[in-house]
Ligand binder design. Structure first.
Ligand code: SF4
Length: 383
């Protein structure tokens, strides 16, 4: 547990030491639709660019009106935090990510860069071939850049490593379904975030050992169980605040939570098609759920399977994918009498305001309203 936390906190040092150890390159990406397996098969370590909060005197004139996470991503490049990144990829996704990508390349034109089109209408008949062709172009660009060949054997190895990684993370989420879970929401999100900046083969070894340790842990007490929705998250301050109030985030429907571990690559002779199908078939993000909406039912299923008592929707200010999707989520929650709160944040968490809102949500949740019994307001198990 401690190792994941340390890697997350020292992620730049981790990547630099990985480069020194392996002599290989690091590729930055933004969105969880990025097909990491292809980059991994080329010998790269894909690293997700994560936002944090740092004083910013750069982005106001370059990215005014963007969400604060993407502004901070540019800010961190400008400050030299990502000086070990060799290349950057953006996919067809949120326009603010694209703006961060584009503006970073203006500042650092020598980076390898690629724009990968992932269809916006994931379920269209032509999307499979479009995705397959985009992956093939991407693979060729990597081969040319690195002077290597992405063979079927390398793709198989990458697919196995990534499938195993997702399966191990799903086991951690399964442990959170217990009435008395052995792992907290903040601990899980720390693992999820660290995993996104690590070599997945190494992460798998650490996850296996962690799973065997946490399954032996004394469980935490049964308490109010909350679900987290909204824009992707980059720290665990919200989960910790919830825990300080005697509740626990037991499940999420976030792009960098359940959204990135739900499905695997099913092996096929055409490896690139298999990888493409996995990304087209993963749970729709808010941005790509625009035709036949699927997210609402998925949210409800997760809510029921993890026996949540209420929902927190935390949206980033200026996040248009989640802003435009919100009405449909609210409709579902209202129709099914699910207690919820919605608030906006940036790369910081307004502690006192959020504390009041979460306290208000917890006070709405009474035994019998959502789950018949099993917890008390004090957090003690009632049997
Ligand atoms: S928080 Fe929203 S607007 Fe910002 S990058 Fe993520 S999806 Fe895009």
């Amino acid at each position: 547990m401690k190792t994941f936390k340390e890697i997350l906190e020292n992620r730049h040092a981790y990547a630099k030491s990985w480069k020194a150890k392996t002599g290989r390159k690091v590729l930055g990406f933004y969105d969880t639709y990025f097909p990491e397996e292809v980059a991994y098969a080329a010998g790269l370590m894909p690293v997700r660019i994560l936002a944090e909060h740092e004083a910013d005197d750069v982005t106001d004139r370059l990215m005014y009106g963007n969400c604060y996470c993407t502004r901070d991503m540019l800010n961190q490049f400008a400050r030299g935090r990502y000086d070990y990144i060799d290349g950057l990829v953006s996919i067809e996704s949120c326009q603010w990510w694209y703006n961060a990508f584009d503006t970073t390349l203006i500042m650092f034109p020598d980076l390898f860069s690629h724009y990968l089109f992932t269809p916006d209408y994931l379920d269209a008949r032509t999307s499979k071939d479009v995705m397959r062709s985009e992956l093939s172009v991407f693979a060729e660009r990597l081969e040319e850049w690195l002077g290597t060949k992405i063979t079927d054997e390398k793709l198989d190895d990458a697919i196995n490593v990534y499938n195993k990684n997702r399966a191990l993370l799903r086991r951690i989420y399964e442990l959170r379904r217990f009435d008395t879970p052995v792992i907290l929401g903040s601990e899980t999100m720390e693992i999820m975030l660290a995993n996104q900046v690590m070599d997945k083969a190494e992460a798998n070894v650490m996850l296996e050992s962690l799973l065997s340790d946490i399954e032996k842990r004394e469980p935490y007490q049964d308490c109010v169980r909350l679900m987290l929705l909204g824009s992707e998250t980059y720290d665990v301050s919200l989960e910790r605040l919830v825990e300080s109030l005697g509740a626990n985030v037991v499940v999420d429907e976030l792009d960098n939570g359940t959204g990135c571990i739900a499905n695997d690559v099913i092996p096929l002779k055409d490896r690139l098609m298999a990888i493409g199908l996995r990304y087209l078939g993963k749970p729709h993000s808010a941005l790509k759920d625009s035709i036949w909406r699927r997210r609402q039912e998925r949210i409800f299923q997760l809510y029921e399977d993890w026996q949540a008592d209420g929902v927190i929707i935390a949206k980033q200010i200026y996040c248009h994918p989640h802003g435009t999707d919100m009405y449909a989520v609210w409709k579902l929650l209202r129709e099914r009498n699910i207690p919820y709160i919605t608030f906006e944040r940036d790369t910081t968490l307004p502690q006192e305001e959020t504390r009041l809102a979460v306290e208000g949500l917890i006070s709405q949740i009474e035994p019998g309203r959502t789950r018949i019994a099993g917890w008390s307001r004090s957090g003690a198990k009632t049997g």
